[in-house]
Design a protein around this ligand. Structure first.
Ligand code: FEO
Length: 174
């Protein structure tokens, strides 16, 4: 049986993860439009990963016999000033998601819900990786500045990213 406050917060986090998926799909569209197909591919993988994050929470609510409540997904931006701006917005967004996960984690302590806290540990670790990935790309872009060859090579490198199903889903029977 899921605690009511936890159930509400998990449903809100599903919505935040789906908004993230939508945001990254929009960023993929922007990168396609600016002629950077490798970066678009990177964001398309990010899009799939965010859907995985939502599904992990969905599965957990189902497992605990809770109620999944899917709310509308707000519109996302469609324009950015530059490639650097896209990745800086990615980092800022991931920092925001980290604070949402931290708040959720803190709530599980308040409510003595250690099963949910244990499930959320995967998200705590994932956020470290999410912020690090965005920061590394920002560092590369700042080094390259407007060097066309550098951008071309970075685009090729990011285009090699492949999607792997999130570990909690790979072992789930749902
Ligand atoms: Fe679901 Fe990018 O954190």
């Amino acid at each position: 049986m899921l605690n009511e406050r936890i159930e509400k917060a998990l449903n809100e986090q599903i919505n935040a993860e789906m908004w993230s998926a939508y945001l990254y799909l929009s960023m993929a569209a922007y990168c396609h439009k600016t002629g950077q197909p490798g970066m678009a591919k990177w964001f398309e993988v990010q899009f799939k990963e965010e859907q995985d994050h939502a599904k992990i929470l969905f599965n957990y609510i189902v497992q605990r016999n809770g109620v999944v409540s899917l709310k509308p997904i707000d519109a996302v931006p469609t324009e950015w000033k530059s490639t650097l701006d896209v990745f800086e917005s990615t980092l800022a967004h991931e920092q925001k998601v980290t604070s949402l996960i931290n708040n959720l984690f803190a709530l599980t302590t308040q409510e003595n819900d250690y099963a949910t806290q244990s499930m959320l540990k995967w998200f705590v670790d994932e956020q470290v990786e999410e912020e690090e990935n965005a920061q590394n790309i920002i560092d590369n872009l700042k080094m390259i500045k407007d060097n066309g060859y550098g951008i071309y090579m970075l685009d090729k490198e990011l285009g090699a990213r492949t999607y792997t199903e999130a570990a909690p889903l790979a072992i789930s029977t749902l």
